[in-house]
Every structure is written in structure tokens, then in C-alpha cells.
Design a protein around this ligand. Structure first.
Ligand code: KMH
Ligand code: ZN
Length: 306
């Protein structure tokens, strides 16, 4: 049967502790979640880290190392660290995890954009931690910076670390940025992209937009591997569309806190199980981590620094 790569985005940097008691915060909690999604059939865990006391998004490579070391004792899942981190972090801080730990795979955001998460604050009556309100409200005036200089600098860090880029694409113009990076040799084929839908400031989730992104990428880049993620309730339908189109999928509490309408997911693993049920109905099998390494051309777990 054809294989589908299922990624679980464990915690992210958008959602805050007041939104769900199930959001993993400490390295221990994050690592336990990674093992849960592995057991549910995910081949990649997309990992952000947080301040263990407050849950505030963090970039400290030592926190990532703690997660990775705990995970390695239990399973061989592919770890995809975030260099998006939180849009509030500096670009140098965001990339520090790649230079320090040299992971097999890491996110690489393919352009700058508005990144509005302030409307989420309207639905929250009380905050557990002081930082949460400003984190959300402040995003009204926030640009997620990924200038061409940053793209060039990140490319160099990724190349030196032999880390494959998972190129995050939120908008049609970012496909053009990737074409530019290919022409300049910043990135090399085969390239892997994550089409992201539903961020306020990026493309909104719809069948038309997914087909448009896919066709635009084919026209501009030729061959590539790809995956889809979408914010909130669009997570499942957009992933289902990706499955039908031969793409890979990402679920997880980073993108959506719910399992069904009004029911919080107790773990990203529940979302993985749900999408794998749907995939199997479509005669698709989840790829194992080692099959994923082969499909994406990753360097292997023996070449990481943890
Ligand atoms: N936060 C998501 C919308 C990253 O971590 O670099 C996309 C993402 C990017 O996961
Ligand atoms: Zn992320």
C-alpha cells in the first residue's frame, strides 16, 4: 500500500497553557507526548520547547537536548525541531537549535508575514500566566521575520549541520522564495515543503488554495515532497484533502487543540489515531520513521548531536 508520512506537532508556540490543560510544557511532558504519537503511528514529531515553569515559548538548545535525549531512549521517531519558534524570538535564537544539535530535519519558514493570533485572546476570560495575554494581543503588531538575508543565513546553518529543511509555506509568494533559493543554491533538491493553511496573515484553508499551492509549486519547482497542516477545525478536512491528493499530513496540538467539536484532545496521539483511521480507509499506510528517512533523504539518527 502507498505510504503516508504522519507528523505530529506536539506543542508549538501559538497556543498557551490557559487554552488546554493537555498542552505539554516541560521537556519531560513533551518527550512523553512524542513517544505517545510514535506509538499512535506518527513518523515525525515537530517539536518546540517552552519555559518549564511558565509555558512561555523558548529557544534554548538545552531544552531541546533534554527532549531529544529522553525520546531517544524510547523510540526512533524523526525529530523535526522548530526554527519558527515564536515570532517574538530573534532569528539568531530561532536557528540556534540547528547549529547546536544538528537534527535530521528542522522547520525552515520560507518568508516573512503577518502572524495574527490576537483574535484567540477574545475567547479567554482568565489567563493562568501573565505573559499569555501580551503574547496573543501583541501579535496584532507582529511581523514574523524571514527576510532574504535570514533565508540565506539559515540555509548555511542547515547545510553545515546536514539538516534537511522542511520548508514552511504559508502563502503563494513563498513558493517563489524557494525557487529563488534553489537558483542561488541555498537549498538543493529534493525539497520538502509543508503547506500551512489558516494562519491569520497567510493563505486560508480551502480545496482551491491547496490545489493552487500544489500546482504553483509544480510549475515553479518541479518535483518535491509535501505535507499539509491547517489551524483549528480545518486540520482534519485539509489533511483529508492532502491524503486524497497523495500528500503527507501533520496534526497535533500546535495546530488544533480539539479532537471533535467542543472536545479537547487529551493528546496529539488522539489526532494521529483519527487521521490514520481515515488514511487506512483510503488504503494508505503510515510510513515508519525509517521509511520516512528514506522518502525524505535524511542523514540518519546516528549523525545528530544528542
Ligand atoms: N506554527 C505553524 C503555523 C515552525 O515551527 O517553524 C508552522 C510551524 C512553523 O510549525
Ligand atoms: Zn511549529
Amino acid at each position: 500500500m502507498p505510504k503516508v508520512i504522519v507528523t505530529a506537532a506536539i506543542t508549538g508556540a501559538v497556543n498557551t497553557p490557559s487554552m488546554s490543560p493537555y498542552l505539554p510544557i516541560t521537556p519531560q511532558q513533551i518527550a512523553e507526548e512524542v513517544v505517545r504519537v510514535y506509538n499512535a503511528g506518527a513518523a515525525i514529531a515537530h517539536v518546540h520547547v517552552r519555559n518549564p515553569q511558565t509555558g512561555q515559548p523558548a529557544t534554548d538548545p538545552d531544552l531541546y537536548r533534554e527532549v531529544a535525549t529522553l525520546v531517544k531512549q524510547k523510540c526512533n521517531i524523526v525529530l523535526c525541531f522548530s526554527t519558527g519558534a515564536s515570532p517574538q524570538s530573534s532569528t539568531a535564537e530561532r536557528a540556534s537549535v540547528v547549529a547546536a544539535l544538528k537534527p535530521e530535519l528542522a522547520s525552515f519558514n520560507a518568508g516573512s508575514m503577518n502572524f495574527g493570533i490576537f483574535p484567540i485572546a477574545e475567547g479567554i476570560s482568565s489567563f493562568k500566566f501573565e505573559w499569555e495575554k501580551e503574547h496573543l494581543i501583541g501579535s496584532e503588531n507582529l511581523i514574523f521575520p524571514n527576510s532574504f538575508k535570514t533565508l540565506r543565513e539559515y540555509s548555511q546553518i542547515f547545510a553545515e549541520s546536514e539538516t534537511k529543511a522542511e520548508l514552511e509555506v504559508y502563502d503563494a509568494g513563498m513558493i517563489n522564495n524557494i525557487a529563488f533559493m534553489l537558483r542561488r543554491g541555498y537549498v538543493r533538491k529534493p525539497i520538502h515543503m509543508q503547506f500551512v493553511f489558516g494562519v491569520l496573515g497567510g493563505m486560508q484553508p480551502s480545496a482551491n488554495n491547496l490545489v493552487f499551492q500544489y500546482n504553483s509549486a509544480r510549475e515553479a519547482l518541479g518535483d518535491f515532497t509535501w505535507s499539509v497542516c491547517a489551524a483549528g477545525r480545518f486540520q482534519y478536512p485539509m489533511c483529508a484533502m492532502a491524503l486524497a491528493m497523495g500528500g503527507n499530513i501533520r496534526v497535533g496540538l500546535e495546530d488544533n487543540l480539539y479532537l471533535t467539536k467542543g472536545v479537547l484532545a487529551k493528546s496529539s496521539a488522539e489526532q494521529v489515531e483519527k487521521m490514520i483511521r481515515i488514511a487506512k480507509e483510503l488504503s494508505l499506510e503510515p510510513a515508519t520513521p525509517d521509511e520516512t528517512r528514506q522518502i525524505l533523504g535524511l542523514k540518519g539518527l546516528d549523525k545528530v548531536k544528542w
